[in-house]
Design a protein around this ligand. Structure first.
Ligand SMILES: Nc1ncnc2c1ncn2[C@@H]1O[C@H](COP(=O)(O)OP(=O)(O)OP(=O)(O)O)[C@@H](O)[C@H]1O
Ligand SMILES: [Mg+2]
Length: 357
């Protein structure tokens, strides 16, 4: 008879393997699925909390190192799959097929919220996640132009149908306004418009819904936070002190609304001259990272100034698609991974303010 390893020994070994970002073991996190022991062969699936997980290689090696010493184990097969976590508040309260809603905000206008929203959404979709993008900027909705889509599909069964581009489902306030119609909605009207963007649109199975907000800390932020349970907010800032002061205000506004801060992104951090390769810290360096530390919120990363980002936006092609090998595209992919990790972490963090329904 062969010396077949037993399930208890395998599970005990797997309890020694940590998820590198969540800092808990794979068994506690309920990430081990389809464990099979067949003679000398152990096979299992690791159910990641996001397909945007950069540390699969390390996890696989750690699993192999833990299982190899068990007597009788000769072959180890590790597969990966992903199931994005959610605190189920959105599916529970609003009955929407959306696992996580992430607001992209800033204290100040023009710092790159829409650029960050679009490119992060596409970068997340490129990892295999199902991503929605909602343009809730009532004052200047420009996501349709940035994605090169002029109008939304015809409604069906009294539901709006989201437009599609670059693997995203998206909807924009811009589709609902006539070109010369300045939106000056306030209070209840704004509130119901934002809510409709969630409830009246036929979204299908969204893992991450990215919401691009207008600048500031006003009505739209409040309406969004009141009409849907937000997973968290990202604050975009440029590195200057003055921009950071505004970012702090934006951050405080969300904290007062009991919306967790998923992190700060520093945009327009530096410029690399294409002719010489020299790097210029045009607005100073490291300001947002320092502010994040000071405020005890995660720093998600920095993005260079790259004229192609603006050209791409104007022409309807996000830079992560038009120049995937550029430094800015790489930074967007890194930030998308950091963001996904923060969302996963939140679903394990015992937060008394997070009401799980
Ligand atoms: N990293 C970057 N490199 C080059 N240009 C950029 C970068 N980020 C943003 N831009 C450009 O800066 C301008 C403002 O960016 P964007 O529209 O994304 O900002 P915003 O914060 O959404 O603005 P608003 O507050 O008006 O909504 C756009 O022309 C955009 O293409
Ligand atoms: Mg914008």
């Amino acid at each position: 008879m062969t010396n077949q390893p037993n399930t208890e020994a395998v599970m005990a070994a797997l309890r020694t393997v940590q998820e590198p970002e969540l800092h808990k073991d794979l068994v506690t996190l309920n990430m081990i699925h389809d464990l099979q022991i067949d003679g000398e062969t152990v096979s299992l699936t690791v159910m990641l909390t996001t397909p945007a997980c950069p540390l699969k290689g390390k996890m696989e090696q750690d699993i192999r190192d833990a299982l190899a010493p068990i007597p009788g184990v000769q072959n180890i097969h590790v597969r990966f799959d992903a199931s994005i976590r959610s605190d189920n508040r959105i599916t529970g309260q609003l009955q929407l097929p959306i696992k996580n809603i992430i607001a992209v905000a800033s204290g100040k206008g023009g710092v790159g919220k829409s650029t960050v929203s679009v490119n992060l959404a596409v970068a997340l979709a490129q990892t295999g996640a199902k991503v929605g993008l909602l343009d809730a900027d009532i004052t200047g909705p420009n996501i349709p132009q940035m994605l090169g889509v002029a109008k939304m599909p015809a409604p069906q069964n009294q539901k709006l149908i989201p437009a599609q581009a670059y693997g995203l489902q998206f909807m924009s306030m811009g589709f609902m306004l006539k070109p010369d119609q300045a939106a000056i909605w306030r209070g209840p009207m704004l509130h119901s418009a934002i809510r409709q963007l969630f409830t009246d649109v036929a979204w299908t199975d969204i893992d991450y819904m990215i919401v691009d907000l207008p600048p500031g800390t006003g009505d739209a932020q409040l309406s969004l936070a009141q009409s849907t349970p937000l997973t968290g907010a990202i604050i975009v800032s440029t590195p200057q002190d003055i921009a950071l002061a505004d970012a702090r205000r934006g951050l405080t506004a969300f904290q007062q609304l009991q919306v967790p801060i998923l992190g700060i992104v520093e945009n327009m951090s530096y410029f690399i001259a294409p002719d010489t390769g020299n790097r210029y810290d045009i607005f100073g360096f490291g300001g947002a990272e320092r502010a994040a530390k000071e405020l005890s919120v995660p720093f998600l990363g920095r993005l260079p100034l790259d004229p192609r980002a603006r050209e791409g936006s104007d022409q309807g092609t996000p830079i992560v698609v038009s120049a995937p090998d550029s430094e800015i595209a790489r930074s967007f992919r890194d930030i998308a991974q950091q963001l996904a990790a923060q969302v996963s972490l939140l679903s394990f963090r015992p937060d008394p303010q997070l009401k799980i329904i």
